[in-house]
Design a protein around this ligand. Sequence first.
Ligand code: BEZ
Ligand code: FE
Length: 286
Amino acid sequence: MRDINQFTITEAVKASFKTAEGSRLKFLLEAFIDHLHDYTREVNLTHDEWIGVLNFLYDCGQISTPERHEFILLSDVLGFSALVDMINTRGGATEGSNLGPFYLDDAPRMALGGDLGRGRDGAVLLVQGQVRDTLGNPIPGAVIDTWQADAAGTYPIQEQASGQDKFDLRAIITANDKGEYWYTTVLPKPYTVPYDGPVGRLLRAGQRHSWRASHLHYIIRAEGYRAITTEMFFEATEYLDNDAVFGVRRSLVTKLETVKKTDTLPPTDKKPDAKCAFDFVLAPAG
Ligand code: BEZ
Ligand code: FE
């Protein structure tokens, strides 16, 4: 009979999995077991702490629905999502940032110069820029998929019960033959991540707030390029230094400028009050 103790158990657990030699699964599983066991030994985990963690995860499962994934939120507030975004950003490409829970993959199409805000309250913001490759060449016809909160910090998808259309404030725009895009929208406000569940309890236990810096979400796609999921933030706005989900990167912060009469602007359906510019850079696929 084998004699397992607190030091030999790690190798025994790893050996119990018959995963293919050299496989990614074997690599991921073994490293996970190593770190989990090392952590447990390092902190001398008690039974109460152990069951506390498992009950916390159980609560995350209980509150999750197809519209609310508490484990993703947990990953977000622990900086786990941000870390995965960071290590998967290709050199020279726009930095990745949170997808968040409010993406829908079938947003309506909108023409260049269209107004995403469609008469909503709030300052009208012109967003413009170019999609390029890592060598600086424009990517004609790149697809810009965008979604955002309104001027009160709410996503229409969260307010369907009060009659809001979940497709409001989201659109798919095709860049022109120079890779340029432009549209108007309402300037979004900061908002809180859901804090009425176990992740909210964790934030309160750590005396953390649940606010996100004001942002616009994007997925940029083009044939032959690796798609990027990212966010655009605005200089001198709140929570840039303590965004609840660690989504802000210096390179993703753009400057908001008041539109002046003398500005030369691209043609838009709605006259903008403010403008910002942001170029996206895609790395080749593969
Ligand atoms: C968002 O940016 O939409 C978001 C990200 C993480 C949690 C909740 C919302
Ligand atoms: Fe968001």
